[in-house]
Design a protein around this ligand. Structure first.
Ligand code: ZN
Ligand code: ZN
Length: 345
């Protein structure tokens, strides 16, 4: 009898149900992974509620996954059954101009595994998109953050921090809390800003030198005070708001760099004083997704313990409770919501 698996099937936006189907057949270059954990990302949530028109349905969502190799195709030499791994669900073409100029995160012909997302018992991934967890002490829950951390790392690399510089992280949900930790690995001192006191407390625990609630204190005064009037050398805006970006640019020091990390929907426009950018030689940049280099290095940051991801999990839910998990992320309940698919209890 064919082996069966559970998938959380989304026939259309706003609708998810458990279905049973045959386990994928493994192609010659594929790795079949039994999913341990899959995190719930705001991207999945926006797609589920139909807020991203570019996302095709039906589909199985979920792209922040860790698991165990259970079968390999005949051309697969690098992976063995039983290894613990993390998959990257976006296969880059490898031959387009973006791929060949170090920006494969912007690949012109990427392939998404539309029917094979991580909210399922198994995923089938080409071997070039699989990354091995090398240390036995690395937890599968921590490793499931490799994808979002790889995106964070890409954004932080673009800020070109020097040790001792001050970075402002605006918004310290799970993503901002990873930005804060990566900035610290580059030697920066971090100001964390968020209206949620629990999130600020977590930021403090993870090494923010200063925390500020922008609803209660004036941001510009605060930044002036802690940087002796200089401003922040770098800033990342993790919240999807053009107004917040407009409020952050004037906080930058001469030579300051800004990363616009979150996409903004519905579309909006920025109003900025060009003289501020001109005279202060500001660099305003963005980042989206990640490259294989970012992926490999993100996993290394998790495995070395330099970025603590497991501490960001506020709720572990069984796979069947996915609709509830989407709802929780939408209402910003807790921190990271993670689905326990076949992980330890
Ligand atoms: Zn994600
Ligand atoms: Zn490409």
């Amino acid at each position: 009898m064919d082996k069966m698996m559970r998938v959380m099937w989304c026939e259309r936006p706003n609708q998810v149900e458990i279905r049973y189907q045959k386990v994928y057949e493994v192609g010659d270059d594929d790795v079949l992974i039994k999913v341990a954990y899959t995190g719930v990302c705001p991207w999945d949530v926006r797609a589920f509620y139909g807020l991203k028109s570019s996302v095709a349905f039906p589909r199985v969502l979920g792209h922040e996954t860790s698991g165990i190799v259970v079968e390999v195709g005949k051309n697969v030499t690098h992976f063995k059954v039983g290894q613990r791994v993390v998959p990257d669900f976006i296969v880059k073409c490898g031959v387009c101009k973006a791929c060949r100029t170090g920006r494969s995160n912007r690949c012109l012909n990427p392939t998404f595994m539309q029917f094979g997302g991580g909210y399922a018992d198994y995923v089938r991934i080409p071997q070039q998109n699989v990354y091995q967890i090398t240390r036995p002490e690395t937890s599968m829950r921590a490793a499931a953050f490799t994808e979002p951390l790889s995106c964070v790392l890409r954004g932080q690399e673009g800020l070109h921090l020097y040790p001792g510089e001050v970075e402002l992280v605006v918004g310290v949900g799970p993503i901002g809390l990873m930005h804060l930790q990566v900035a610290r690995t580059f030697g920066a001192r971090v100001i964390a800003s968020d209206p949620n006191p629990q999130r600020l407390e977590k930021a403090r625990e993870l090494g923010a030198e200063w925390v500020i609630n922008p609803d209660q204190e004036d941001m510009a005064d605060f930044v002036k005070k802690v940087t002796d009037g200089w401003g922040v050398d770098a800033a990342v805006v993790t919240v999807a708001s053009a107004r917040v970006i407009e409020g952050t640019v004037p906080l930058l020091a001469p030579g300051g760099r800004l990363n616009i990390f979150a996409g903004i929907y519905p579309k909006d426009e920025l109003k900025l004083d060009p003289n501020l950018i001109h005279y202060n030689e500001l660099v305003i940049t963005g980042s989206a997704d990640s490259t294989p280099q970012n992926y490999q290095r993100a996993l290394a940051l998790i495995e070395s313990g330099q970025v603590n991801t497991e501490t960001l999990i506020s709720h572990l839910l069984p796979l069947e409770k996915l609709a509830q998990a989407f709802d929780m992320v939408k209402s910003q309940a807790g921190l990271k919501i993670m689905m326990n698919v076949n992980g330890e209890v």
